[in-house]
Design a protein around this ligand. Structure first.
Ligand code: FAD
Length: 257
């Protein structure tokens, strides 16, 4: 209850605990569910681990764990790996080093009731965070992170409906034509807002966290101009806002032990 009221009162923030929970669930639950990594989904896995290694907000042990996992997956000479072998390797590597995952609950993604928010919220947060880190580091070519998000959703996101919608939207919004890192940030922002609009009033909506077009005026006063019937987004201001919000240096440690 204390976390929920803090988050509801606070301005928009990104919490390290949510990113950690997302990665925790991904490597311990979602990826081990995959029967076999081979061909396209192996490529998607390698690409995803590559981005995680570069930008993960985990501590030193966490970064080491991801690096070793990436090397293990890349070192598979047959180019194939079962989900069970992936899971066994995670356990083996975790046994060799200090505990990595300490967050025990969501903070910014906390829900007001069961079956709401949580993992999917943390996944969006992780994806936005990736696009912003990529724009700051310049290590990866433009488009790489969106390609990675696309591959991840296509092959590993458990919500079938969401995958279908996201694939349709990616084609319509030409995800593979995005030509700059800043445009990657904005592509994901607009795509997420499209999903928010579609889900407004849906049964999956948490009443305490209604679906809105983001960022709202209350968190970014100059991101939109409103007339009676229209909202005009100020894209340069939205970009600056997102770069600030999802910057690794601005993550909140609230809720972590
Ligand atoms: P979320 O929408 O999960 O957002 C998480 C946080 O991101 C918010 O709290 C806010 O701080 C921030 N945020 C919100 N909008 C933006 C934005 N535009 N740009 C940057 N930051 C933003 N559910 C379905 O029922 N059907 C679907 O088709 C579907 N498709 C999905 C596709 C993907 C790729 C993902 C990751 C999730 C999808 N979901 C879908 C889940 C759904 O979008 C929400 O994650 C879920 O309903 C929980 O919503 P939430 O209120 O926690 O906020």
């Amino acid at each position: 209850a204390a976390i929920l009221s803090t988050v509801l009162q606070g301005r928009s923030k990104v919490y390290r605990a949510d990113l950690e929970q997302a990665i925790d669930q991904l490597i311990h639950i979602e990826l081990p569910k995959v029967r076999i990594f081979k061909g396209d989904n192996m490529m998607a896995l390698r690409q995803f681990l590559n981005v995680l290694c570069l930008f993960s907000p985990l501590n030193v042990s966490g970064k080491l764990l991801l690096q070793r996992l990436y090397e293990f997956v890349n070192g598979s000479t047959s180019g194939e790996l079962t989900g069970m072998a992936f899971q066994a390797q995670v356990q083996l590597l975790e046994g060799m080093q200090p505990k990595v995952f300490k967050a025990r609950r969501y903070v910014g993604c906390i829900a007001s009731g069961p079956f709401l928010r949580g993992f999917t919220c943390s996944l969006w947060t992780l994806f936005h965070y990736f696009t912003v880190q990529a724009s700051k580091s310049l290590i990866l070519p433009a488009g790489f992170v969106l390609g990675t998000v696309h591959g991840f959703v296509k092959h590993f996101f458990g919500c079938r409906d969401c995958v279908q919608h996201f694939m349709g939207m990616s084609e319509r919004r030409k995800i593979f034509s995005v030509a700059s890192r800043d445009e990657e940030i904005l592509w994901l922002w607009e795509a997420h807002n499209e999903v928010n609009q579609r889900l407004e009033g849906d049964i999956t909506e948490d009443p305490k966290f209604p679906k809105v077009q983001f960022p709202t005026l209350s968190v970014c006063g100059n991101c939109q101009i409103n007339s009676l019937h229209n909202t005009t987004w100020q894209r340069p201001q939205v970009l600056s806002f997102l770069k600030e919000l999802y910057d690794g240096r601005n993550l909140s440690n609230y809720g972590l032990p």
